[in-house]
Design a protein around this ligand. Structure first.
Ligand SMILES: Cc1cc2nc3c(=O)[nH]c(=O)nc-3n(C[C@H](O)[C@H](O)[C@H](O)COP(=O)(O)OP(=O)(O)OC[C@H]3O[C@@H](n4cnc5c(N)ncnc54)[C@H](O)[C@@H]3O)c2cc1C
Length: 449
């Protein structure tokens, strides 16, 4: 029997999950997994927590060690770059670190080429200075860790999830740290302004200096960075992180004539097939469909990358699986503050033409008489027309991940706010209040409707 040849470009969240799923679907396929990096299958999500010394070393972040690929009979090629895809003769031209070239034939090809940090034009020149970093790879993490040993002060440009997680780790390492965000709030893609204010206040109380509504117009210093200019005013720093978002890595696909969508990611259907037969895409390089707006979006989350990778892997190996879309559900913890969100923010809903009504409540995670309860703020957004839940945000409290998961299920199942207000929730003094805060927020939204 002729063995199916599967080539996967990219060996991180999307690529490794695609390879595993492909192997489980077709036991005899020849699977080749290519990455231009030195290490495959690690979790970049853990890097800020190594920097903050919650995790002892970067090596701990390797989720799939070399033995995994041997066990799964996956031919892993490290430090190997895919140079060109020829869709006519179904080949990929690769080059290893010694410059040795090879042409791989494929029956199915999966693009899991990820994304790279976006550096705004105004910062490009300054980004070359010593002490200025972006944060994406294990190598970036190691370089920043070295720099942290000598640095006394830091500026983080961008107050998204990665920027804030990095900034918190710098405070934990004893650096005087400033975060600069061009938009008027922190976590602008994740939270509404009222919820973001709570996060900002909490971070400021912990010693983080946050400047919103202003941009960095120059990175200062000769060879070594000495600070940044924020709207003309100088802030000294010997470490600068640019965390202003990521861009899908699609050049290889583009050059091969594979269709790129309006978001800049590779266009795919529900089976993660691209515009070219037998070529799939998954992870940060690929588009998703927003489950509420039905519009294309870039999720750029590890959770989406592994789900898309699995679907691409199964289909590439001759099985059948679909990825129906995502909500961008995400959580983080900054110092001891848990934060989570799913679905649309007010801004995103407005942009999609959805008029919303909000229900917000501040409650506690345990009854007053039981020690250890935490204040929790829950906000639910409801589509005024359909009364369906379209967004949920939580700041503070405990079990935020599972509450956000519950709200994500509710949105996916198109639950109305009336149904959520009647939800059958559970309670015991050490674990929750009698009235679940999400239900109380739903009641408030219902009243406002
Ligand atoms: C600091 C940080 C924290 C994060 N925290 C979270 C979190 O808490 N939760 C969450 O859900 N997500 C988080 N993310 C996002 C998450 O890590 C990404 O969404 C995920 O890693 C994307 O995986 P990917 O496989 O699509 O892409 P990548 O991880 O970018 O991998 C792309 C791969 O493609 C390879 N490649 C690209 N081009 C070529 C080529 N031509 N030849 C060979 N190889 C190539 C690269 O070497 C790499 O192996 C975080 C990201 C960072 C950086």
């Amino acid at each position: 029997m002729v063995k199916r040849k599967i080539v996967i470009i990219g060996a991180h969240a999307a690529g490794t999950d695609a390879a595993s799923a492909a192997r489980k679907t077709d036991r005899s396929a020849e699977i080749t997994l290519i990455t231009n990096r030195k290490v495959a299958g690690y979790s970049p999500c853990g890097i800020p927590f190594v920097l903050g010394r919650h995790i002892s070393s970067f090596e701990e972040l390797i989720v799939f060690p070399p033995s995994y690929y041997q066990m799964m009979k996956i031919d892993l090629r490290l430090e190997t770059t895919a140079k060109k895809i020829n869709i006519e003769d179904k080949t990929v031209e690769i080059k290893d670190k010694n410059g040795k070239g090879e042409t791989l034939q494929y029956d199915s090809l999966i693009l899991a080429t990820g994304a790279y940090p976006f550096v705004p034009r105004v910062l490009r020149e300054g980004s070359e200075k010593n002490g200025v970093f972006t944060l994406r790879t294990l190598e970036d993490g190691k370089r920043i860790n070295q720099a942290l040993k000598k640095a006394n002060s830091a500026v983080v440009i961008g107050a998204g999830l990665i920027g804030l997680e990095a900034a918190v780790s710098f405070i934990e390492r004893g650096l005087k740290t400033t975060v600069v965000e061009l938009l008027p709030q922190v976590l602008p893609a994740m939270l509404d302004r009222d919820m973001a204010r709570l996060v900002q206040k909490n971070l400021e109380e912990k010693g983080l200096n946050i400047i919103t509504g202003k941009g960095v117009d120059e990175i200062l210093g000769e060879n070594n960075v000495s600070g940044v200019s924020i709207a003309g005013e100088e802030t000294p720093a010997d470490l600068v992180i640019i965390a202003t978002g990521v861009i899908p890595n699609v050049q290889l696909a583009k050059d091969a004539g594979i269709k790129i969508g309006e978001t800049g990611g590779i266009k795919t259907n529900m089976r993660m097939e691209t515009s070219v037969k037998d070529v799939y895409a998954a992870g940060d390089c690929a588009e998703s469909v927003n489950l509420i707006t039905k519009r294309p979006m870039l999720s750029q989350l590890g959770t989406t990358a592994v789900r898309q990778g699995k679907v691409a892997g199964i289909n590439a190996a001759g099985g059948y699986a679909v990825f129906t879309g995502c909500l961008g559900s995400c959580v983080t913890r900054l110092f001891d503050l848990e934060i989570g969100a799913t679905g649309l923010t007010e801004f995103a809903a407005c942009r999609a033409g959805i008029e919303t009504v909000a229900g917000s409540i501040t409650s506690k995670t345990r009854p007053d008489y039981y020690p250890g309860g935490k204040r929790i703020r829950v906000k639910i957004l409801v589509d005024k027309d359909t009364e369906r839940i379209v967004g949920g945000q939580i700041v503070g409290g405990e079990e935020v991940t599972q509450r956000i998961n519950a709200l994500s299920f509710a949105i996916q199942k198109q639950m109305t706010v009336r149904e959520l207000a009647k939800a059958d929730t559970c309670y015991a003094p050490p674990l929750n209040e009698t009235w679940e805060p999400m239900v109380l927020a739903a009641e408030i939204a219902l009243r406002r409707l």
